[in-house]
Design a protein around this ligand. Structure first.
Ligand code: ADP
Ligand code: MG
Length: 437
């Protein structure tokens, strides 16, 4: 096909992709270039591996569907990296950790709640191993820990492309350790992790007590630390509150810098909403940004979710985004419609979420892993149904009304004091409402 024709198909493609999936559209789509259209495949060139991966993971479906609509043919879309000569070859191939293109320092809004954390991460990324080692970042879910860890990685990689960086979640570390053990290749695992220049582990609250993986991490930590290699960790709570982590590790975390992120205040939330809209190439008025920031306070992931909902509604209704659309979109999210919800709906959602069995909830078991889901069932049943305390107790193994009352006040308290519980309850409520809609 003639190059000019491909060019014009491509321009239309980008416009329509933006319109049909605003949540995943990005301003940098303008850097994409059409490569060729032959053999039923449209090749699209992107500037680096991070962006290529984002497109493949989040946008392939939309690009393909729209390309088929425009051409009227069953074509496929392929994203590949076209590096200009200034880009390091290994980088273009996606060497090292896979990063999200949004998670950079440029895209991180700094405010009083995260200023210290951001500054420490920035400092570390510019002077690895010398400034703060280890760097320990903590904060509730959705406040930007993963974003900052990835930003450090992206920045460090840009400054020194040949650095060996490992960035992974604690769960991945544990799984890779277990796989190495099973394969009889512990030595391979150890040489992989003990020889990196930078080790970044996200969400280390998932280390369990008395498990070999934690022991292994301890030795990895020591080996790296003694060689002046940078270690960066994140968790949902400060070191001193991590019950499942051994004391000797906790004390090591405190050798470096421990810094927390708090929930952002109103002004920061407004700035974040605006930043997220701009990243997607969306216009947003101050009025709408302020409305979203005022109504969505829990965490930033929810702020983004609200933005997505608003633009989705505007697209389906073929209207501009304005305050009325924002109100309509968020109303649907917040409102607890009066529907018929049964205790079984609640039990079903809770047992699935916590991966426990109904029989356990009804049993006499008193371990935390059972009592908490049980109490959450009671609390949600009280909130979402009209059943009496006795009836609720009856469904959960014949417990009396004082037990149910105690559970309701306990979970209600932690909902206000514990961000995580707040998020879990919101998520469950949403699921239950959807399931019974
Ligand atoms: P955590 O790892 O702490 O649970 P994430 O890093 O995954 O949180 O952040 C959740 C979302 O919020 C991400 O999309 C991230 O980009 C965004 N986010 C968090 N803090 C900020 C900030 N200060 N500026 C811009 N985006 C932010
Ligand atoms: Mg995270």
């Amino acid at each position: 096909m003639a190059a000019r024709e491909v060019e014009s198909i491509f321009t239309e493609l980008l416009d329509r992709v933006r319109a049909s999936d605003p949540a995943n559209a990005r301003v940098w789509f303008q850097e994409l270039i059409p490569l060729q259209l032959d053999g039923g495949a449209l090749g699209i060139g992107c500037p680096d591996a991070t962006k290529q991966q984002f497109l493949t993971e989040h946008c392939q479906g939309t690009f393909t569907r729209v390309a088929q609509q425009i051409t009227g043919h069953l074509i496929t879309v392929e994203f590949s990296v076209v590096s200009n000569s200034s880009v390091d070859g290994t980088l273009a191939q996606g060497f090292g950790p896979r990063l999200h293109p949004d998670y950079t320092f440029d895209n991180f809004v700094v405010g009083p709640s995260n200023r210290l954390a951001q500054a420490s991460c920035m400092a570390v990324s510019q002077s690895l191993g010398n400034t703060y080692n280890p760097l320990f970042l903590y904060g509730n879910s959705g406040l930007g820990k993963t974003h900052l860890l990835q930003a450090v990685c992206a920045q460090a990689r840009e400054l020194r492309p040949n650095l060996m960086i490992e960035l992974l979640s604690c769960e991945d570390f544990i799984n890779r350790f277990i796989r190495a053990l099973e394969a009889g290749n512990l030595a391979g695992f150890q040489s992989q992790f003990r020889t990196v220049d930078v080790l970044i582990i996200d969400d280390i609250q998932f280390f369990r007590e008395h498990e070999h993986s934690q022991e292994e991490f301890f030795h990895t930590f020591n080996a790296l630390y003694n060689n002046g290699k940078q270690i960066i960790l994140s968790a949902d709570r400060p070191p001193a509150e991590m019950q499942s982590v051994e004391e000797r590790l906790v004390s090591r975390f405190n050798w470096g810098l421990v810094t927390g992120i708090d929930p952002p205040g109103y002004e920061t939330r407004v700035a974040i909403v605006q930043k997220k809209a701009h990243l997607r190439g969306l216009e947003i008025t101050d009025e709408v940004a302020e409305y979203v920031a005022r109504h969505v306070q829990a965490n930033i992931r929810e702020l983004e979710g609200a933005l997505t909902t608003i633009y989705a509604l505007a697209t389906t209704d073929h209207v501009e985004v304005n305050l009325a659309v924002a109100k309509k979109a968020l109303q649907g999210q917040i409102k607890l419609a009066v529907r018929h919800i049964s205790i079984s709906d609640i039990i079903e959602a809770v047992t699935t979420h916590f991966d426990v069995r109904l029989a356990d909830l009804q049993s006499k078991k008193r371990s935390q892993s059972i009592t908490e889901p049980r109490q959450i069932c009671m609390y949600l049943a009280r909130q979402l149904t009209k059943h009496s305390l006795e009836e609720i107790g009856g469904h959960l193994g014949g417990r009396d009304h004082t037990t149910v009352m105690h559970a309701c006040s306990k979970i209600g308290d932690s909902k206000t004091s514990d961000e995580k519980m707040h998020a879990v309850l919101n998520e469950l409520t949403k699921q239950i409402l959807q399931a019974s809609a």
